[in-house]
Ligand binder design. Sequence first.
Ligand code: NAP
Length: 252
Amino acid sequence: MMITIVLVGTGNVAQNLFQAFYNVADIEVKQVIGRNENHLSFAKNKVSINTDFNQIPTADVYILAVSDDAIALVAEKFKNSGGLIVHTSGGTALEVIGNQNRAGVFYPLQTFTKGKLISFDDIPICLEATNKTDLHLLQILGKSLSKTVELLNSEQRRTLHIAAVFVNNFTNYMYTIGEEICAEHMVDFKLLHPLIKETAAKLDDLSPKESQTGPAKRGDQKTLQNHLKFIENKHQRELYTLLSNAIKCKHG
Ligand SMILES: NC(=O)c1ccc[n+]([C@@H]2O[C@H](COP(=O)([O-])OP(=O)(O)OC[C@H]3O[C@@H](n4cnc5c(N)ncnc54)[C@H](OP(=O)(O)O)[C@@H]3O)[C@@H](O)[C@H]2O)c1
């Protein structure tokens, strides 16, 4: 059975989803809709593109890959479409789509950037829907892209999203500080890449708690004090102290 979808949005997630669905034989991306024509160029000459939210084609599923704050507003435009309307947000409840019985969530748990299109094979896709038939439809869509499809309610999804902010967004901010410190002292940040990769790879065999190393874990006071003396930036010093204390607490 051919499933038709309309993709709404032109950003990181929309471009990655477009690329993925476009290559699935049993799924037809009927149209990509976005408010800015220039941002739709990624789909141009491949499928129909549209900037008019009042001229919507019929489809089985409308995937709203738009900013969290715009989901409710954009969903309003699709409420009479007759199709299933889903958003792609980890931190947004299903109800934000509106009080209709054909709403759902199609949340791919990964970090996406429009300049880097990635495979969905190993990306967990977290699904929710107001009715069973639509959940089944989303399962077919999810399985067409990924080996891992999970049914999660809005609270479970929010839990994962908060954990994701810690393990991904905050960790990446730490990389940013590391890069700044290296740049200030003319050391190549790339030398840290194998360390970053091994830290993540350790999770295949060990829990994060078991994997923890470093001066705070060991209780090496001299090294901690030396580091704090060396770090000139007040904000970086505060973070160093806060995180070192948290690690000391956890590892007694
Ligand atoms: N990036 C990730 O790693 C990631 C991962 C999983 C889930 N998500 C979720 O996926 C969704 C999209 O995220 P993203 O990273 O792709 O965002 P993004 O790159 O910032 O793109 C946001 C899209 O929303 C559109 N938009 C914003 N306000 C709008 C409005 N009022 N009317 C119509 N369109 C509007 C933007 O249109 P313009 O081009 O006109 O500005 C743009 O196409 C969010 O719900 C996010 O939580 C993101």
